[in-house]
Design a protein around this ligand. Structure first.
Ligand code: NAD
Length: 650
């Protein structure tokens, strides 16, 4: 790979004998800032933003940015900017020493004035590449500490590590050798596949905003309604976070809760979250933006309602009927249900076209993902409005069709089930979690289950009639409703092991609520006794099998979802998984990953496991996957076309 094409130009500017002043307006990100670093002075408009965000695309600043920035602002500050890719305001850039002056007026005029004021001064001190980095005590210890931190948070991503190595070269080598190192490191990143995955994510996040529904309704032909005032019904875990997310967007919010004690607690919690959020962002908290009430009549004049009461269809139906009677005509009614049928709820209200799902993730004011769930009767305007509001709240909003679990949770089910089956066959929670965490998830299945609470899934399985008293043994005790079923989670719940909140789950914790998971000998002997009771012989299971069974089962469900038209394209699924389910961004998302691995390989492995486990329907390869392989495994950006063609042939 040859050097970055900007390098000669930047070099020519830096070595010029006339002073060159960069006038920075708008964004100076990546190459723009690298060019400015070649100039002798930098003046920025107060609204400008600066940064070297290459790392977020799997790259590093390779036009000398990794060599000049540490020379200009010192190693610690440069490491922070380059390894995180964060953007800084003009004010922070001035404080860090990236720019020499900030102006509120015409930037070019200010730059010209500035140039005149420095004319005649020696330019030598201003040629950044000709100076060493500012002195830094104990450089080795600093790099070691930063490298450790970066490795931990990178979860397998290589670009942040290469960024540290490039800055190290700036700190320890002459400029020319540092540039050579920058070029070599960039060449490795370029060919790694991770850069492709990260760039795919960047574009996928933009693509999901251009939503379309099977009815033909689309983002560019559906107009959203303005939302100034919103209401949240039910102020439990989710309602509180949703209220905060709405208020922070500048909306007036009516927050309704029937239980007086809950209302008081919620008010305190919401005010606390708003205050902390405002402090972080350096703005005033929007405390006055929220009005609390115990009476649903208070929502009469809102433009949109988000319901977050208990997960109970009868209760939600009642609330929706009350809302239809109370709200002004045209008010959009949204439900935050995680699994109930949005269409059924819509059909119980007088105006089903006004009903959509807005599926937030806990904590709702922090988590990036929002699934906007449309039923067959939801109007395009309702979908457009929910999508627009999601965008305003800064969420990665993805429009999806209505089905059990929508997209994210529907795909998660086979993934979790496979993890349970692996325990039955001889794996431990530690082994499964380690394999998934090495792959790049922040937490494996079992640590995640301990965090969110084992009782959540237990309640759902009970509702589905799957939970039976745990005394039966043998193979048939592990078949429910005609398919393989693992009662392991139910048995733990019967023991009162709900995870972190009870101090025991798949792991043990020092005390209830503690977060540090430790291996639990009780669990291992429990698994041994369980296998003996059911005549199961533990076998050695390796990381590869864990990954293939858990991930390919999840991906297979993704193909079913595409085939059913629940997600419009693979990008929608991938954005959901990267922004809401901890799928490592540098692996692009499950469908991108399948594309990278090769569809034929995924199909072959699913067939292999399906033969070994015929009683597990989710290992049965989806017909779409088969058809894509049969049509020559088109690359991911051609799947949409291929799916359309395959459907028209049916
Ligand atoms: P929660 O039990 O913490 O809170 C529900 C609140 O609704 C309670 O405070 C209750 O008093 C209140 N409530 C009940 N009936 C009411 C009524 N008629 N009017 C006003 N308030 C009423 O529940 P949660 O975890 O916040 O979940 C709420 C909804 O969000 C559920 O549908 C759930 O499935 C869904 N959800 C939960 C999560 C999660 O991680 N907890 C994630 C996504 C979606």
């Amino acid at each position: 790979m040859t050097g970055h094409p900007l390098i000669p130009m930047i070099h020519a500017i830096e070595s010029a004998n006339k002073p060159v002043v960069a006038a920075i307006e708008g964004s100076a990100l990546g190459g723009g800032l690298e060019l400015a670093l070649g100039c002798h002075y930098r003046i920025a408009h107060s609204k400008a933003r600066l940064g070297l965000p290459e790392v977020s695309l799997g790259l590093l600043p390779a036009a000398g940015g990794s060599q000049r920035l540490p020379r200009l602002i010192g190693v610690p500050a440069a490491l922070n900017l380059i390894t995180t890719g964060r953007h800084v305001t003009a004010a922070e850039a001035l404080q860090l020493g990236i720019v020499d002056q900030v102006t509120d007026h015409n930037t070019v005029d200010a730059a010209v004035k500035f140039a005149l004021s420095v004319a005649g001064r020696s330019l030598d001190p201003r040629r950044i590449s000709t100076h060493p980095c500012p002195q830094q005590p104990d450089l080795d210890a600093l790099f070691e500490e930063v490298m450790q931190k970066v490795r931990q948070s990178a979860r397998g991503a290589i670009a942040p590590i290469a960024c540290v190595q490039a800055v190290r070269a700036a700190a320890t080598l002459p400029y020319a050798q540092g540039m050579e190192r920058e070029r070599e490191l960039m060449a490795t990143l370029f060919t790694s596949g991770q850069a492709r995955a990260l760039q795919y994510c960047f574009f996928a996040e933009r693509a999901v905003g251009r939503w379309r529904m099977p009815s033909g309704a689309r983002w560019d032909t559906s107009k959203s309604r303005p939302v100034h005032k919103a209401a949240v019904i039910g102020l439990g875990t989710m309602g509180r976070g949703i209220t905060v997310a709405l208020a922070q967007t500048g909306l007036s919010v009516i927050a309704v809760e029937t239980q007086e004690k809950q209302l008081m607690e919620a008010k305190q919690a919401i005010s606390g979250m708003l205050e902390r959020g405002a402090k972080r962002r350096g703005v005033a908290p929007a405390l006055d933006g929220v009005i609390y009430s115990q009476n649903i009549q208070a929502v009469a004049d809102v433009d949109l309602v988000i319901e977050a009461v208990f997960e109970d269809i009868a209760l939600k139906t009642k609330v929706f009927q009350q809302l239809s009677a109370v709200c002004k005509p045209g008010t959009l009614l949204c439900t935050n249900t995680s699994a109930l049928d949005v269409d059924q709820l819509a059909s119980e209200t007088p105006n089903p076209e006004l009903v959509v799902g807005m599926h937030f993730f806990a904590p709702a004011h922090v988590m990036k993902l929002l699934e906007v769930v449309y039923g067959p009767r939801s109007s395009p305007q309702a979908v457009a409005t929910a999508m627009q509001l999601g965008k305003k709240m800064g969420k990665a909003s993805v429009a999806v069709g209505n089905c059990r679990g929508f997209v994210g949770n529907r795909m998660l089910k086979p993934y979790i089930e496979e993890a349970f089956f692996l325990l039955e066959e001889g794996a431990t929670p530690e082994l499964v979690d380690q394999a998934l965490e090495e792959f790049g998830f922040p937490m494996g299945v079992f640590r995640m289950s301990d965090l969110s609470g084992l009782d959540v899934g237990w309640r759902v399985r009970k509702g589905d009639g799957l939970v039976e008293p745990g005394t039966a043994s043998g193979r048939f005790a592990r078949i429910r409703q005609g398919r393989r079923y693992s009662p392991l989670g139910d048995l733990l719940c019967e023991e009162g092991r709900f995870g972190q909140k009870t101090g025991r789950g798949w792991y043990q914790y020092d005390k209830p609520g503690s977060r540090v998971a430790r291996s639990d000998p009780w669990l291992h002997s429990f698994l041994g006794a369980y296998r003996a009771q059911h005549g199961l012989v533990a076998r050695r299971i390796d990381h590869q099998e864990v990954l293939e069974r858990c991930l390919y089962a999840l991906i297979n469900e993704g193909f079913h979802i595409l085939d059913d038209g629940i997600a419009a394209g693979p990008e929608d699924i991938d954005v959901i998984y990267v922004s809401g389910y901890g799928w490592p961004r540098h692996r692009g998302g499950p469908m991108f990953y399948a594309n990278m691995v090769g569809l034929a390989k995924v199909l072959e492995r699913l067939e292999h496991y399906q033969q070994l486990h015929p009683e597990v329907p989710h290992l049965q390869p989806s017909s779409l996957l088969r058809r894509l392989v049969a049509s020559g495994s088109p690359p991911i950006h051609k799947w949409g076309e291929a799916i359309k063609k395959l459907h028209s042939q049916l």
